[in-house]
Design a protein around this ligand. Sequence first.
Ligand SMILES: Nc1ncnc2c1ncn2[C@@H]1O[C@H](COP(=O)(O)OP(=O)(O)OP(=O)(O)O)[C@@H](O)[C@H]1O
Ligand SMILES: [Mg+2]
Length: 383
Amino acid sequence: MISRNLEEKLKEKGAEQDILLSLFDKGAAVLFKWNNDETWSVPYVSESVERLLEYKSSDFVNSTVGYLDLIHKDDLQRVHSEVDAAIKEGRDYFEHEPYRIFTKSGAKKWVHDSTVAVKNAEGEITHFFGTVVDITAVKEKDKQLLQQYKLAQMGEMISMIAHQWRQPLNTISITASNLNLNIMLNSCDLSLKEEAQKFKENLCENLGNIEAYTQTLSRTIDDFRNFYKTDKESTFLNISTPIDKALAIILVSLTNNGIEINQVLKSVKEVQLFASEMMHVILNILKNAEDNFKDKKIINPKINILSYDTLYGVVLEISDNGGGIPKSIINKIFEPYFSSKCNKVGTGLGLHMSKIIVEDHHKGILRVNNCNDGACFTIELHE
Ligand SMILES: Nc1ncnc2c1ncn2[C@@H]1O[C@H](COP(=O)(O)OP(=O)(O)OP(=O)(O)O)[C@@H](O)[C@H]1O
Ligand SMILES: [Mg+2]
């Protein structure tokens, strides 16, 4: 009686197992049983393997084809070491990072493989069970998304380069037209040796400046190529370094527009800086002040640049007397593409880019508030 009961139970279990196995035969996942031997020989594989790899299950069972021979050679070592690591750490269940496998006709597919190690009574791993699923379509989609993301980044990068090119291009244009004007006005008598010498010196100086500005243009391309990289190099510098760099580019234009610059640089600390990026930030803030002065036709325009040390780092304040930023927009000025210069040339990228540089790349803070008679931008950098 007891043995009949057992027989029935076993029959029932067998039937259930068959149903479960047939699920793998019909479904998308492929069930593998691998022996724990050199070649990972396959005593059992569900029929669905034919849809995945175009081989019949008997091809594996009769060892006409070996599983390891199908894995992409660049992934094989890793797949092996993932198994070794799991065994070493005593994990019976593990998932492989997706790997590539070749079908009978040579097509390459990405698969996801989850495996269980099966042990005998002595605790030795005798074989593995695993489900292998085709994820090529998902991988392809990921690749497309990555491609789209890269294209979007590239578009953004080009906009940033174009944005930062405007100022040096403007400066080159001013320098060249000043030179031209001097020549047209015959402002010096070239027949006089002294005046000719002075003219020559002035010419050399201005041509040298133009050369330096064009180098800035070229460096800007590199700066923004590195913009999204995380492993770029920062150096310990005083904040006056990027201030000087920015002024070297924009001073011609500021002076030409009668803008007075007052610098009180009290900071002596050195903080970790991506100097070129910080230079672009300062340039953007100065340019905005200049744009605003022109727009509002401010008399006696002034910009104050103040730096000082705090307990935790360095503060840089750039303020102007241009009337400040209207309350209605002050919360929006760091948003990408926000500009009040809609009818003119503003792209609204300057302050957004500056915020990313200060807060994401330098882990600092960039704030704005209206002070007495103008806007005040504050950059806080930590040691
Ligand atoms: N010093 C300032 N005084 C008054 N308004 C300012 C000042 N700085 C910035 N703003 C305001 O902030 C807005 C956003 O500045 P942002 O630099 O991001 O873009 P933009 O200057 O308009 O465009 P772009 O930088 O492409 O020329 C400006 O349009 C302006 O309204
Ligand atoms: Mg701007």
